[in-house]
Design a binder for this molecule. Structure first.
Ligand code: ADP
Ligand code: 5GP
Length: 252
């Protein structure tokens, strides 16, 4: 993290155009929350939407910080009142983004980042087609299992059944990568953090349209490598490890 942390001032973009909606999705355990937490400390003028969920808080989570925790009945009332921009059932629990997150960010003149699953991302893309979508991938199933297990241990609740469910779901979720503009393989954390930061900076710079300074130009190049069309070399080994493509066939 040293490189990214040391560049903090460099990433400060005090005078950006308002209103980019970023969506980030990943199979559970890929490291998405870790990446987003780093991004929060590196980039200003971006709000992070706090979702509603009916799942119980983890030991390390605080109400209103990671999620607003609510009952299924209250969540269903919010659905009836059309208060959600999107919502989905994930692992038998409701998760949803309140419309208010978007209007608050717009009123404050800020960008907004939604950390949501692939179903929710599809709903948002339909409503807001120019949303910038980012898909985070773990390097391979073994590493994903290890991360899920480590997180469970950190939280003091090793639930092998829950880990198994999340692993089984990952393969299907990964197939949705095609619907995303950017692909991030989270193997080396520093590089993944810098790439995510670069995507935010590049999208802002593209909307501003001004001649980029050298550092912004470097970040734009880095972001460009993460565009889905340019990420094949990084992507293929991951897809192969999850049994989604045959590397020998694609290379033949
Ligand atoms: P997600 O939000 O995608 O469910 P988390 O951010 O909670 O995943 O990360 C799951 C676990 O993996 C955590 O214990 C985290 O510290 C660890 N982790 C995240 N990124 C990396 C990485 N690049 N290398 C090794 N471990 C990582
Ligand atoms: P977790 O329980 O691990 O925090 O999250 C499980 C999954 O729910 C993750 O894929 C996460 O991105 C997704 N999620 C979190 N908030 C929302 C939301 O508001 N809407 C949708 N559709 N998914 C969400």
């Amino acid at each position: 993290m040293r490189d990214c942390a040391h560049s903090e001032a460099r990433y400060y973009q005090g005078n950006t155009l308002a209103g980019i909606l970023f969506i980030i999705s990943a199979p559970s355990g890929s490291g998405k929350s870790t990446l987003v937490n780093h991004l929060r400390s590196l980039v200003t003028d971006i709000d992070f939407s706090v979702s509603y969920t009916t799942r119980a808080p983890r030991r390390t989570e605080q109400p209103g910080r990671e999620y607003y925790y609510t009952s299924p009945a209250k969540f269903e009332e919010m659905i009836q009142r059309d208060e959600f921009l999107e919502w989905a059932l994930v692992f038998d629990n409701y998760y949803g983004t309140a419309r208010r997150s978007l209007t608050d960010a717009q009123a404050a003149g800020k960008d907004l980042l939604l950390d949501i699953d692939v179903q929710g991302a599809g709903q948002v893309r339909e409503k807001i087609p120019d949303a910038v979508s980012i898909f985070v991938l773990p390097p391979n199933p073994g590493e994903l299992a290890a991360r899920l297990r480590n997180r469970s241990i950190e939280e003091g609740s090793l639930d092998e059944q829950e880990i198994g469910r999340r692993l089984a779901k990952a393969r299907g979720e990964i197939e949705a990568y095609r619907q995303y503009r950017y692909i991030l393989v989270n193997d080396k954390l520093d590089y993944a953090v810098e790439s995510l930061t670069a995507i935010v900076i590049a999208e802002r710079a593209m909307r501003q349209g001004a001649q980029p300074d050298p550092e912004t130009a470097r970040m734009m190049q880095l972001a460009d490598k993460c565009r889905q069309a340019n990420a094949t070399e990084r992507l293929e080994p991951v897809l192969a490890s999850f049994g989604l493509i045959d590397m020998h066939a694609t290379r033949a």
